[in-house]
Write a protein of this length. Structure first.
Length: 428
């Protein structure tokens, strides 16, 4: 493999991947700022119903993961993501013009439906372009769209809400997805063989490396066999528990900070951003080390355990030590995000290409279900108890369960793992 091939793929594909997932995450995470800024009072939403509305996104997200992944795997990532971008940008902007609770509930659910296929589709897209030795880092650049988006979105949303209100925030932050859809359509190709910026020799070399990987993996006949495999079942349970912690944290952090202090929305936005800055740094370091050492599990469970301990310590502190509790939340946020790259590199190394996309969609759909549980229960506990202490304990227990399931997953044998051909050069 030439170094120019490695460099060209990273600089061409990764910005596209990053921007696309960033926009998806923007339109799902900004609801927490609307909650902190008064959407509940404006629309007459009670505390229990507010938690349900915040979590409804994940129900739509849960149901349409696998159909979207199958379409992306068998037909086209490009077409699927193009229409998803247009539809989720429209739904996100429409949130800013709702006048009643039923319409808000419908839009939140539909937003989950149209975003459902994006994550598995993008993971399939990456597996078409990057080899095993690169995949943890490639996945991380995809998922970096999550913390990096929340990082700047926390600051921007704080200012938008402060200056214009929550309605204008939704409208302004939904429009970029529609604009990006046009760019996506003209610059993206599904597979290396379809592009003109790679030479025939580079295309053949990359194809040979990816084929060698597939030859090293035990064949699986169909989705049913893949979904019943012990590793996939354990990874589904793991991601369910992990997502409880992540999305309980993401969706309700602004409200936790706002209610636990006398800070305004702008200051709350800045404080909400810091955990995601720490998460971005942690993700880059962990994914690099995972690819360098060719280890996956060892870069997943220890960080989830750190997150669990940080939440437990926040619970033990109670509500009387705001800044110390906030420091622990920064640690928890960074620790929960750090293992994403290695985690999503596990499935393509366990399962062949014909079923890996569907398996990733199944795992991600269970993560969506965990996200629904996490965002609903954390919001409910915060409203019912008046403090975040109970939700800290809940998220801590969920992360401990995720650690246990991660340790239970059996890796491939070393004899099989060594068969894949590495891709040499800078960026690989």
């Amino acid at each position: 493999m030439t170094s120019s091939l490695a460099v060209r793929r990273w600089w061409t594909i990764m910005p596209i991947v990053f921007i696309t997932y960033s926009l998806a995450y923007l339109d799902r995470a900004n609801f927490g700022f609307a909650s902190a800024a008064g959407i509940n009072q404006d629309l007459g939403i009670g505390k229990g119903l507010a938690s349900l509305i915040g979590a409804l996104f994940f129900l739509g997200y849960f149901f349409f993961q696998i159909p979207g992944a199958i379409y992306a795997e068998r037909r086209s990532v490009k077409k699927l993501v193009f229409w998803s971008l247009i539809l989720w940008g429209g739904c996100a902007s429409l949130t800013g013009v709702v006048s009643n609770v039923p319409s808000l509930m419908v839009i939140r659910f539909l937003l989950g439906v149209v975003e459902a296929a994006v994550m598995p589709a993008m993971l399939i897209f990456i597996s078409n372009w990057f080899t095993k030795q690169e995949r943890s880092r490639a996945n991380t650049f995809l998922i970096l769209g999550n913390p990096v988006t929340v990082l700047w979105m926390s600051v921007v949303s704080g200012y938008l809400v402060h200056s214009f209100g929550w309605r204008h925030m939704f409208i302004a932050e939904g429009a970029p997805a529609v604009v990006w859809a046009v760019c996506w359509w003209f610059i993206v190709k599904d597979k290396p063989a379809q592009v003109s910026w790679l030479t025939r020799a580079d295309k053949d070399a990359l194809d040979a490396a990816l084929r060698a990987e597939q030859a090293a993996i035990k064949p699986v006949r169909n989705y049913g066999e893949a979904f019943r495999s012990p590793a996939v079942i354990k990874l589904c349970a793991q991601y369910f528990c992990w997502s409880i912690g992540v999305y309980g944290f993401v969706l309700w952090l602004p409200s936790i900070l706002k209610n636990g202090s006398t800070l305004g929305m702008v200051e709350t936005g800045w404080l909400s951003a810091l955990p995601y800055l720490a998460a971005t740094i942690a993700m880059l370091v962990v994914s690099w080390a995972s690819d360098k050492l060719d280890r996956r599990k060892a870069f997943v469970w220890p960080f989830l355990l750190v997150g669990a301990v940080a939440f437990a310590a926040s619970y033990a502190l109670g509500t009387t030590h705001f800044w110390l509790s906030y420091a622990l939340l920064v640690i928890a946020g960074a620790a929960m995000y750090a293992p994403y790259g290695p985690f999503f590199a596990i499935v393509p190394e366990l399962l062949p290409k014909n079923v890996a996309g569907g398996a990733m969609a199944l795992i991600n759909s269970m993560g969506a279900l965990g996200s629904f549980v996490g965002s609903y229960v954390v919001g409910y506990l915060n409203g019912a108890t008046g403090t975040p202490a109970a939700s800290y304990a809940f998220m801590s227990v969920a992360l401990v369960a995720a650690v246990i399931f991660t340790l239970a997953v059996k890796p491939q044998s070393p004899a099989v793992r060594t068969l894949a051909t590495p891709l040499h050069g800078k960026g690989s």
